[in-house]
Design a protein around this ligand. Structure first.
Ligand code: PRT
Ligand code: ZN
Length: 293
């Protein structure tokens, strides 16, 4: 019997392509590109990557053709909000490809909250997410579905407002549009099909998810060490971001001072260090963490 390989669908080219490959490499999988450029095989695990259009990823995963996929939550959400909910689920956010689905209109559109959208024509490539939002808000508006170049719809007279992805806001600005409201927050996510994995596939799937979780967890995580007055311990535990229980170590010859070591799961900013110093900490070291499991 040929060994079973796990299949992951990733974007072939575009905003998520490189970062998806980087993430899989960071998880310790060595990638060998196929001659056709359409796939990669992992040398040190039974995994293949398929490079496809991002719009096809939810379908591949839902149909069980691919076992996992890396795709924008906006693409997943649009499919899930559609008429036939697909058989797939988000496993975890991956921390890249961040953007938001925004309502926007030409500068000068009088917007006094969501009720101002009543009767307005809104152009979008995300009709399902927009319809879901309008229904939730009880707003009766008209949706004009476009495949792309949504930002030109108001100028062409196709719509009075748009609903599109925004990251820096430069596209809106260049088209004389102003963001009114965010209806959906997105980033790249790992999705898996709802089929049950068995044998090698189950073990490979578990290893993939555990390793990816480890990579994501270690991205912002830092190992923080300092000396501190024993009396400031409670205060220090409060200041350290996302640290469960710090390790407290006695210092030779000092009853008043201790060494404190902690894994911080969230970003450690200069402000955090200043706050630690203010409660008496000294010799503060912040070290990167390579792996967490
Ligand atoms: O060829 P394929 O179908 O695979 O790719 P695609 O062209 O459909 O997708 P691609 O590569 O453009 O985007 C892939 C994913 O990246 C999206 O589904 C989002 O999850 C995520 N992403 C993050 C974005 C943006 N940021 C983004 N800014 N996708 C699109 N945009 C567009 C947006 O539509 C608008 O036209 O960029 C413009 C706005 O950007 P700013 O920076 O000017 O605000
Ligand atoms: Zn696409």
């Amino acid at each position: 019997m040929t060994p079973q390989r796990l299949h992951i669908a990733i974007q072939k080219s575009g905003r998520l392509a490189e970062k998806s490959l980087d993430l899989i490499r960071d998880a310790g999988f060595r990638l060998q590109r196929s001659a056709s450029d359409l796939s990669y095989s992992v040398e040190n695990a039974p995994i293949d990557l398929w490079c496809v259009r991002d719009d096809d990823i939810p379908t591949f995963v839902a149909d069980g053709v691919a076992d996992f996929g890396i795709v924008g939550r906006n693409v997943l959400g649009e499919r899930v909000a559609g008429p036939a909910a697909p058989r797939l689920a988000e496993v975890m956010p991956l921390g890249f490809g961040r953007c938001r689905l925004c309502l926007a209109a030409p500068d000068g559109f009088s917007y006094a909250g969501r009720a101002s959208l009543r009767g307005v024509r809104i152009a979008t490539s995300y009709p399902n997410l927009l319809r879901q939002f309008l229904n939730q808000e009880g707003i009766d508006a008209e949706i004009v579905t476009m495949r792309g170049a949504v930002e030109v719809a108001p100028r062409l007279g196709l719509a009075e407002a748009i609903c599109d992805l925004v990251s820096t806001g430069a596209t809106l600005e260049a088209n004389g549009l102003e963001a009114l409201d965010t209806i959906f927050e997105s980033e790249a996510v790992l999705v898996r099909s709802s089929k049950v994995f068995e044998g090698t596939l189950a073990r490979t799937a578990e290893s993939l998810v555990t390793r990816l979780r480890g990579v994501i967890a270690s991205q912002d995580a830092k190992y923080v060490m300092m000396n501190a007055p024993r009396t400031a311990l409670a205060e220090i535990a409060r200041i350290l971001p996302g640290a469960a229980a710090p390790t407290v170590i006695p210092l030779a010859g000092r009853d008043d001072l201790v060494a404190v070591h902690a894994v911080c799961q969230e970003s450690v900013f200069w402000e955090t260090l200043e706050a630690l110093k203010a409660v008496g900490a000294s010799a503060i070291l912040v070290l990167p963490i390579e792996k967490i499991m």
